[in-house]
Design a binder for this molecule. Structure first.
Ligand SMILES: Cc1ncc(COP(=O)(O)O)c(C=O)c1O
Length: 367
């Protein structure tokens, strides 16, 4: 499998929580489509769009356990959250509960609602994340917005617990699965969430521009944005007649990034077919990184029992540490309180060891 990742020839690549290098077989899916369009134009487009992307939707539905008609393609995670901002019927005094450690895109979209809606930014306790969030949910909470796995701390949240209790108070749960899908099991039905969104370019190892949203059946029948593809008879190209599309195309007002999403569906197929191996390897490697970092004397931000694929190691002057790692061809990110190591299934324990060794040498040289 390593040969599917040319990046490994140049780098010790431990940065899948930022950008993943797509494996060759995923890249080829996009390439072959683009080659087809280059050679035969619309004929290739018609070929892949014949079923209105039903088979691609089915592939993603299998990945997160929902129905194919609950999957729509979106250009990025941020766009996805905005569907709720503009799609729900907000009332004065409603609130949204989220937290301070979220990626900004989980928080900023709600600010568009202005004074009408209060955005409650919880300061979470990492070990009791769920209770920190739930303590702020009340009968006026419309949405609880959070990441399944935190980009900042690596904490994997028990979203099921949050969604169950939020629902009892009448709130919907909208979850950002960009840091979990492809790394750990994401089952939207088991978690009981109403809405989930992810760009494809992190753990799903797909191109930027790919992405999907899960909208629970019955949640948003009328989409916030209209375009030619939100019309039921969209292929009639008739501007005098509009009937709202009821299927998942209703969230895709215009042309989607076909090449990128073909690649995403190919990646999803791989993850579904290799679930146990992939999720097992991710869990094993992040567990190894977490334990080894502690043995090296680092404080690890990510609680072992709440981890997914991310290990955040506390490091002062983390930008300098990141630069030093880069100069040794070790790719990580400076995030949160330190260095974020994000290992995917094809990484090795040796790569983790090398990164920690270089990092601890750098730390010792600072004293
Ligand atoms: C939790 C989380 N959400 C969203 C994004 C990116 O958002 P978008 O797909 O809109 O670029 C990131 C990227 O780092 C992220 O970590």
């Amino acid at each position: 499998m390593r040969e599917q990742f040319p990046v490994t020839r140049r780098y010790n690549y431990l940065n899948h929580a930022a950008i993943s290098p797509p494996p060759i077989f995923v890249m080829e899916e996009a390439q072959s489509y683009l080659k087809g369009v280059s050679e035969v134009g619309v004929e290739e487009v018609n070929r892949v769009e014949e079923d209105d992307f039903k088979s691609l939707r089915e592939g993603l539905a299998a990945l997160i356990n929902c129905k194919w008609n609950e999957i729509s393609f979106v250009p990025n995670t941020s766009y996805g959250f905005n569907l709720l901002v503009y799609g729900l019927d907000w009332k004065e005094g409603d609130n949204v509960v989220t937290d301070e450690l979220e990626f900004p895109t989980v928080v900023f979209p709600w600010l568009r609602l202005g004074d009408k809606v209060k955005v409650k930014l919880v300061k979470p306790d990492l070990e009791n994340f769920e209770d920190s969030i739930l303590s702020q949910v009340d009968s006026r909470t419309r949405v609880v917005a959070l990441s399944h796995v935190s980009f900042n701390t690596g904490v994997r949240v028990d979203v099921g617990k949050v969604a169950r209790e939020a629902r009892q108070l009448g709130a919907i749960t909208a979850v950002d699965v960009i840091q979990s899908a492809g790394a750990v099991k994401v089952d939207v039905k088991e978690m009981g969430v109403d809405f989930a969104v992810a760009g494809g370019y992190k753990w799903l190892m797909s191109p930027q521009g790919s992405g999907f949203v899960y909208v629970r059946e019955g949640l948003l029948q009328d989409p916030p944005f209209y375009g030619w593809r939100t019309s039921r008879n969209f292929e009639s190209y008739d501007a005098t007649s509009f009937q709202l599309e009821e299927g998942p195309r209703r969230f895709e007002p215009g042309t989607i990034d076909v090449a990128s999403n073909l690649a995403l569906a190919r990646a999803a197929k791989f993850f579904v077919e290799n679930t146990d191996q992939v999720y097992g390897a991710v869990e094993d490697l992040s567990g190894y990184a977490n334990r080894r970092a502690q043995e090296e004397g680092f404080e690890v931000v990510t609680p072992m029992r709440k981890r997914a694929g991310i290990t955040v190691v506390k490091v002062p002057k983390n930008k300098e540490a990141w630069k030093h790692l880069m100069s040794n061809r070790i790719v990580t990110s400076a995030r949160g309180a330190g260095i974020r190591i994000s290992t995917h299934f094809y990484n090795t324990r040796g790569e983790v060891d090398q990164a920690l060794k270089v990092l601890s040498q750098w730390m010792r040289a600072q004293i």
